[in-house]
Design a protein around this ligand. Structure first.
Ligand code: NAD
Length: 238
């Protein structure tokens, strides 16, 4: 439910043209935040491939020029595909790491001075249940998502003294354009995840966005360094 709990907040959301990022941008705005959106496609405030060396520094500068400050980061941009280990060529592995990890690192690094100066900055990265477990066909993806969780914990340790919290939301299998091709090709994969979740369904972008908004809010002021499964209970069940 919309509120004014993020009134006065100034947020960057990447991957905001689609799926979870779009839902996060809408939810933060509904809670009163100013939101500066970025993506490589779609109608957003800043259009760029965020793997470019200076893309995240440029994004931070553009967001500050528009909003007059910056205190909240939600890097949602990500890529995923199923690929067997022996089909992972170097370029594929490096591309997955570049989007899912290196771009997140650069955004957080380049925005850190502004979040520290604010005194109550918020960072919510998007991991995955594969930040905690592996899965067939997801070697590069799972490596990138494990790394994002570890990165987030270290950021929490380093920026905590400046009042900045950093948490990693770990969605379970969710209904988005990212997963649509795999679910269409392997309907049994969709059925498996629906059945594994005690709540008996896939995640929807809104399920994830609502938790992100909580972690960006003052209600979560003492939550930091946390990896949080948002997966209908799937990973808690053997
Ligand atoms: P999505 O494909 O709907 O959205 C991802 C967005 O990221 C797209 O708009 C895409 O254009 C953008 N993007 C990709 N590469 C980019 C780049 N180089 N520069 C800028 N933008 C780029 O996918 P989604 O499911 O909404 O995924 C959002 C996040 O959630 C991702 O980090 C993903 O790994 C994570 N996640 C998704 C699921 C799921 O089941 N859908 C599960 C766990 C985690």
């Amino acid at each position: 439910m919309a509120s004014d709990r993020l009134k006065g907040r100034k947020a960057i959301v990447t991957g905001a043209a689609s799926g979870i990022g779009a839902a996060v941008a809408a939810r933060l705005a509904a809670d009163g935040a100013q939101v500066f959106t970025a993506d490589v496609q779609g109608a957003v405030d800043f259009t760029a491939d965020l793997t470019g060396e200076n893309a995240n520094a440029d994004l931070v500068a553009a967001a500050i020029a528009r909003m007059g400050g910056l205190d909240t980061l939600v890097p949602c941009a990500g890529i995923s595909a199923f690929c067997p280990l022996e089909g992972h060529d170097d370029a594929y592995f490096q591309r997955v790491l570049a989007v899912n990890l290196v771009a997140v690192f650069r955004l957080v690094r380049d925005a850190a001075p502004h979040l520290k100066a604010h005194g109550a900055g918020r960072i919510v990265t998007i991991g995955s249940t594969t930040s905690s477990y592996g899965d067939e066909g997801l070697c590069a993806y799972s490596a990138s998502k494990h790394a994002v969780l570890g990165f987030t914990k270290s950021v929490a340790a380093e920026l905590g003294p400046f009042g900045v919290t950093a948490n990693c939301v770990q969605p379970g299998a969710s209904d988005t354009p990212m997963t649509a091709p795999a679910f269409a090709r392997m309907p049994e994969y969709r059925t498996f995840w629906e059945g594994k979740a005690p709540l008996r369904r896939l995640g929807q972008p809104q399920d994830i966005a609502d938790v992100v908004a909580f972690l960006c809010s003052d209600d979560a002021r003492f939550v930091s360094g946390h990896g949080m499964w948002v997966d209908g209970g799937a990973m808690a069940r053997h």
